[in-house]
Every structure is written in structure tokens, then in C-alpha cells.
Design a protein around this ligand. Structure first.
Ligand code: PGA
Length: 249
């Protein structure tokens, strides 16, 4: 069975609650006929406003991080229960910005991923290589390491989403070519199948992320291995994000 495409916006640290409400208001009619899953991963403090704003639409709510403990002395963190009470269904985990600026490691990515799954949230787990790693021919080695460490203990890969985000393409305007993205995602799927046999990897959805926009989305989405997109900059403009969501039109 074909995998259902999933287009997710990663708003990062953008939009106040009132700006978020405005953006969703504009977006709603533009994505009403979407044939794919549509998700917006918003700053935690915007979640209540966005929950209200998306009511009655196909847009689903996502967060940008979650802690692995149920509760406790973890200042600044947010639990799975806190997200679920507001109808959050998806959560980005291990984004390269969190790995780079906030000390996220393969180990904490793995813990957060397992906690999200246990709570019934759908993690969108980000992996990808840096420019230096790509240029020194280490892309597959890096992906392979992340694959073996970040997904330990995942029982059913149809319940998660993976985002392949080459770090050199994030926020730089330098998109991977359709072929580069397809090849890397094909490699990820192949490694996953080898490392995690009988765990539904055939149903795992793998997105591309990194300067995906209204212009290049059709080419990327036409690639057989690419099941969707994780969209940063272009998800902050309703028209652009809607064009990506409606890539099949
Ligand atoms: P970008 O970000 O689309 O702005 O490159 C993608 C991401 O970081 O998820």
C-alpha cells in the first residue's frame, strides 16, 4: 500500500499566539482539499491558540520537542501529557538545531522518541549530515550511526515519521537536488529495513527537509522515496505552505 504523504510545518521560534491565529486563519481555506496529512509544529506557548484556530480543519497540531520523563524537576521542559491535553498529535524530535545549540544527543533523541511513542504521539525524528560530512563522503556513515542509535527499541515504524534533513540545506536556500534527497532517503529506508526487520519499516514515512519551498516541492515530492516534507521558512507564509501541501495539484 502506498504511504500517505505528510507535509509538516516547523515554525521554529516564530509567531506569537496572535500571529499564529492569523496565519492559521489564512491557511485553513487554502488546504481544505489536501490529500496528504497536514501538520503545523508550533512553539509550545502557541499551542492553545493554534488548537482553537485549526478547529474544524484538516490541519493537525504538532510540537517541536518533548521530554522523556512523565513529570518532575526538568525546568523548561514539556511532558507528553501536557501536549496531549491540548490535542497535540505530532512532535518533532532531534532537530539539528536542538542537536547543535541545546546539547541534544542520539541518546536523548532515542529517549524522547520512545516516550512520545509510548504516549501515543507521533514523533517526527530528524536525522541528516553536515556539509563537511557530505563533502568528505561520510553521508551514509553518519546516517547509519543515527539510524542505529536514535531508533533503538522502536517496535513499529508505521507509528513514527523520519525527516531526512541535510544540515547544509536547512535555512540556507540550498536545497538538495531531487536525486540527492531521493538517494539519501532510499539509503535510510534500506538501512532501516536491515537493522529493524519485521518492524513495519515498509510503512515508515520519510520526509525531506531543508529549504523545501513552493517552487521545488513538486520535483521533490515526485521522487519515489520521498513521502513528504518538513518545512521551515516556507511554512511561515500561508500561500507558500499551501502550495506545498497541494503539491499534487
Ligand atoms: P527550512 O527548515 O525549510 O527553513 O530549511 C527546515 C527545517 O529545519 O525543518
Amino acid at each position: 500500500m502506498a504511504r500517505r504523504p505528510i507535509i509538516a510545518g516547523n515554525w521554529k521560534m516564530n509567531k506569537t499566539a496572535s500571529e499564529a491565529t492569523e496565519l492559521i486563519k489564512e491557511l485553513k481555506p487554502l488546504v481544505k482539499d489536501a490529500k496528504c496529512d497536514v501538520v503545523v509544529c508550533v512553539p509550545a506557548i502557541d499551542i492553545p491558540a493554534v488548537k482553537k484556530a485549526i478547529h474544524g480543519s484538516k490541519i493537525r497540531l504538532g510540537a517541536q520537542n518533548v521530554h522523556f520523563a512523565d513529570k518532575g524537576a526538568f525546568t523548561g521542559e514539556i511532558s507528553t501529557d501536557m501536549l496531549k491535553e491540548y490535542g497535540v498529535q505530532y512532535v518533532i524530535i532531534g532537530h539539528s538545531e536542538r542537536r547543535q545549540y541545546f546539547g541534544e544527543t542520539d541518546d536523548t533523541v532515542n529517549k524522547r522518541t520512545l516516550a512520545a511513542i509510548a504516549a501515543g504521539l507521533i514523533p517526527i525524528v530528524c536525522i541528516g549530515e553536515s556539509l563537511e560530512e557530505r563533502e568528505s563522503g561520510k553521508t551514509e556513515e553518519v546516517l547509519s550511526k543515527q539510524i542505529s542509535l536514535d531508533f533503538r527499541g522502536v517496535a513499529d515504524f508505521s507509528k513514527i515519521v523520519v525527516a531526512y534533513e541535510p544540515i547544509w540545506a536547512i535555512g540556507t536556500g540550498k536545497t538538495a537536488t531531487d536525486e540527492q534527497a531521493n538517494e539519501a532517503i532510499g539509503y535510510i529506508r534500506m538501512r532501516m529495513k536491515k537493522l529493524y526487520p519485521n518492524k513495519n519499516v515498509g510503512k515508515l514515512r520519510i520526509q525531506y527537509g531543508g529549504s523545501m519551498n513552493a517552487k521545488n516541492c513538486k520535483g521533490l515530492m515526485a521522487q519515489p522515496e520521498i513521502d513528504g516534507g518538513l518545512i521551515g521558512g516556507a511554512s511561515l507564509k500561508a500561500q507558500d505552505f499551501a502550495t506545498i501541501v497541494n503539491f499534487d495539484k
